[in-house]
Design a protein around this ligand. Structure first.
Ligand SMILES: [Zn+2]
Length: 363
């Protein structure tokens, strides 16, 4: 068998310069600005016998250490050390300037430029697959997206509807999706109840923008567009699926659980442009892997379609908050799924989603 070339479809290298000054809140932002504080707190908790809280704080510290790097390439170097040589990384920037938590030090254009420079460095050639972040309310967003795709040769678009816009926003429908579909470029969009929410966006509204069904108008109008709903619906919906169960006879309940909704939408065959990735969610490894394996191993058309539409991704460096390292999860995943399934989600499917090889399931 040919050597495996992993493509991690969901990673981040953005730095503190791209995160708003007061995110996630004025009190918590102290942690970012007083670096030693978390460590001191963790040590105190450990002394007091609260080991679990101390571990959580230590991981938070590790996460902020990563975010505090001043260069995206420093984060990339740390990430690459977790993977075999030759692994490729889809790097997703974030446009958080309008999130409502104060100013960002470097705007999206600057973030794109740095990502582009990094992708072009000799040391990283072929390693970084840069995507552009797009927020429809950012002034000049369409022009910046065109520049990123046409001039900087970015390979797709990252959306984040929880920040406060619907996936069928007119700018997306009229200017962005037609361009992407014409150019055969994919969309990655955040799809879990966690993550960043625009400060003035009510939770129920953020969920309405983010739920899998929010993309139905998009996919109806652009059937050839490839859209990946990231995080396979998210940890919260996986937990509820596992712990609470869902009546098989209740279609509303199936739609309300985003993990099940994504599987049903893909499995139905009605939305051949729909994909999902396992980033972050599968870091709750022991809980979730047996289910993922069962979903991917199933027989029949429903399972065949799903198997062809799941992408490997990790969500580095968000995962620095978790106990298992990236390498530990990746190896457990490869072991647990077996070589054939792992190759499908980590190599074959990503190459199809990126438009590098023909799609047997295309419309
Ligand atoms: Zn992410």
């Amino acid at each position: 068998m040919a050597e495996l070339r992993i493509t991690n479809c969901h990673t981040h290298t953005f730095t503190a310069a791209h995160v708003p000054k007061y995110y996630p809140g004025k009190a918590l932002s102290i942690i970012k600005h007083v670096p030693g504080l978390v460590r001191v707190l963790a040590a105190a908790l450990r002394l007091a016998g609260h080991r679990e809280y101390a571990d959580t704080l230590d991981r938070l510290h590790r996460f902020h250490e990563e975010a505090r790097h001043t260069k995206q390439s420093e984060i990339l170097d740390n990430m690459r050390a977790q993977y075999p040589g030759g692994t490729r990384f889809v790097v997703l920037p974030m446009d958080l300037a309008l999130a409502g938590y104060g100013p960002v030090a470097a705007d999206i254009r600057t973030q794109h430029d740095e990502l582009s420079d990094m992708a072009g460095q000799d040391a990283y050639l072929g390693t970084v697959i840069p995507f552009a972040a797009f927020h429809p309310d950012t002034p000049g967003a369409v022009a910046e997206l065109r520049r990123a795709i046409e001039r900087l040769k970015f390979r797709g678009v990252k959306l984040y509807p929880r920040l406060g816009y619907a996936p069928d926003h007119p700018v997306l429908m009229n200017e962005v999706y037609p361009m992407l579909q014409d150019m055969n470029l994919p969309v990655m969009t955040h799809c879990s109840r966690g993550g960043v929410r625009g400060r003035n966006v009510a939770p129920h509204l953020a969920n309405r923008y983010t739920e899998p069904a929010a993309f139905i108008p998009v996919m109806s109008k652009f059937p050839r567009l490839r859209v990946c709903l990231a995080h396979f619906g998210g940890q919260e919906d996986w937990r509820r699926y596992v712990d609470d169960g869902i009546s098989p006879d209740d279609p509303d309940a199936r739609r309300a659980n985003w993990q099940v909704a994504i599987r049903d939408m893909i499995g139905s065959g009605d939305w051949p442009g729909l994909w999902t990735d396992i980033s972050y969610t599968l870091f709750h490894f022991d809980d979730n892997l047996p289910f993922l394996k069962l979903f991917l191993q199933g027989e029949g058309a429903y399972a065949d379609r799903l198997r062809a539409r799941v992408l490997f991704g990790s969500d580095y460096y968000m995962t620095r908050r978790e106990a298992l390292s990236e390498r530990a999860v990746c190896f457990r995943l490869r072991n647990g799924l077996g070589e054939g399934l792992f190759r499908q989600i980590a190599q074959t499917n990503p190459e199809i989603w990126l438009g590098e090889r023909p799609d047997p399931g295309a419309v």
